[in-house]
Every structure is written in structure tokens, then in C-alpha cells.
Design a binder for this molecule. Structure first.
Ligand SMILES: *Cc1c(COP(=O)(O)O)cnc(C)c1O
Length: 226
């Protein structure tokens, strides 16, 4: 299936309020252009320098056409504090805030650059050792009101989570249910933080399951860019 028909198929299966974020990491620019031509406007990258290069190229395309690109750029990879300059000036949302140390660094950079950056806190669910992020207990022990107050240049928009990498559908379902539960508990506990309304969950192999668990953004790479 072509990039454009894959996108159309996925978008037509998403309920209202759920957005497709096309994960274009490691894909050539030609494929991003194809997705753009099909109407896709949310793109995600996972490496800072590749992110900056893709942004520059796609925005240059738009400049040559004489119009704003309209692209919202998402960052979904591990972000080191010395790489913020490649990402924060251009990003629409960072999905992968995995430590308070990183959140602090984003605040400092954003304040110094007069930016406000939308972020998601990354949850660590499941068994995989390599995954970054806050455990459910760590996430539930956060005081989002005080974090919001001490990080005025950051907008806490919600959570990002990944299900275990397994064929076991029951396990995947449990992981998404857990992510959803943490999200809902935080929203109940901090109702005045109205911007905390986004749940980024679901990838190529499991996004249909994530739809049953409150996702608002599915991040899909290989099912689009074959
Ligand atoms: C690569 C990646 C995706 C997309 O994975 P696919 O299986 O290709 O859809 C989604 N989220 C994150 C955090 C990723 O690193």
C-alpha cells in the first residue's frame, strides 16, 4: 500500500478527537513529502539532529511554495539536555520527558529563548529494561500543580506510554489500561490543570488496542512508511 493510502486508511479508522502522528524517523524526505501531499501535518522524529534536518528541509519546501508548512513537529525519542537546541525551537510537542532533570532543563532553555513548550511525561510500563520514563508510582506521586508553577515555560499536556513489545494481546491490553488509569487519576487529582488532556499511546502494531484505552494520539511509523 502507498504512503498516502495507508494514511487515509488509518485516519478514516480514528474516532473524532484522536490524531495520527506519522513517525518519520529514519525515513527519507521523499516519504515525508508523500505523506504531506496526502494531507498529513503531524510528524514525529526521535533523534535530535535528524529532527532538525527534517524540519529545515520540509520548512524550506514550504518557503519555496510561499506558504507556511502547517506542520506540527513532535519529538518522541530520548532527549539529552545538551541536544535541546536542535529540538525545542521547532517542536510542537515533546512526548518523551522521562525525568524531572530533563523537565528542568527544558524549562531553563525555554525561558532563555522565550518559548513555551508543550510536553508529555513518558510512562515506563512493562518489563523492558531499556525503556525510559516514570513508573506509574512515580507519576502518581508527582504534584502537577507545583510542577506547573515551577515550570512556567512548559505546558504539561499529558502522558505518553508504550505497551510491552510482545505478541500477547492480553498483556498489551493490560499495559494500555494501566497507562489510561494513571492518566485518569492524574486528571482527577489535578482538575485545574486543564491543558493536561493528551494521551499519546498506540503504535503500528497496537494502535487499535490503544483506541479502547483513551488514546488521543497514535504514533505510527512502519504501518505508513513501508
Ligand atoms: C519508532 C517509534 C514509534 C513508531 O513505531 P512503529 O512500530 O514503526 O509504528 C512510536 N513511538 C515511539 C516512541 C517510537 O520510537
Amino acid at each position: 500500500m502507498s504512503v498516502s493510502s495507508s494514511i487515509k486508511n488509518i485516519v478514516s479508522s480514528l474516532p473524532e478527537g484522536v490524531k495520527l502522528v506519522a513517525v518519520s524517523k529514519f525515513r527519507p524526505l521523499e516519504q515525508l513529502r508523500e505523506a504531506f501531499a496526502a494531507g498529513q501535518r503531524d510528524f514525529a522524529e526521535s533523534r535530535p539532529r535528524e529532527f532538525a534536518a527534517k524540519v529545515a528541509a520540509m520548512e524550506e519546501d514550504a518557503r519555496l511554495r510561499g506558504e507556511p508548512s502547517g506542520i506540527r513537529w513532535h519529538f518522541i525519542g530520548h532527549l539529552q539536555t545538551n541536544k535541546l537546541k536542535y529540538v525545542l525551537p521547532y517542536v510542537s510537542m515533546v512526548h518523551s520527558i522521562d525525568t524531572l532533570h530533563l523537565l528542568d532543563a527544558v524549562q531553563r532553555f525555554a525561558a532563555a529563548s522565550s518559548l513555551t513548550v508543550d510536553v508529555l511525561l513518558e510512562l515506563h510500563i512493562g518489563a523492558e529494561q531499556t525503556k525510559q520514563g516514570f513508573t506509574p508510582q512515580e507519576a502518581l506521586s508527582l504534584d502537577l500543580y507545583s510542577l506547573a508553577a515551577t515550570h512556567p515555560n512548559v505546558r504539561l499536556r499529558g502522558l505518553m506510554g508504550m505497551a510491552s513489545h510482545t505478541e500477547d494481546q492480553v498483556r498489551i491490553e493490560e499495559d494500555f489500561a494501566c497507562i489510561e488509569q494513571v492518566f485518569n487519576q492524574l486528571r482527577l487529582r489535578f482538575p485545574d490543570l486543564e491543558c493536561f488532556d493528551q494521551l499519546s499511546a498506540g503504535m503500528s502494531d497496537d494502535w487499535r488496542i490503544a483506541l479502547r484505552h483513551g488514546t488521543t494520539m497514535v504514533r505510527i511509523g512502519s504501518a505508513i512508511f513501508l
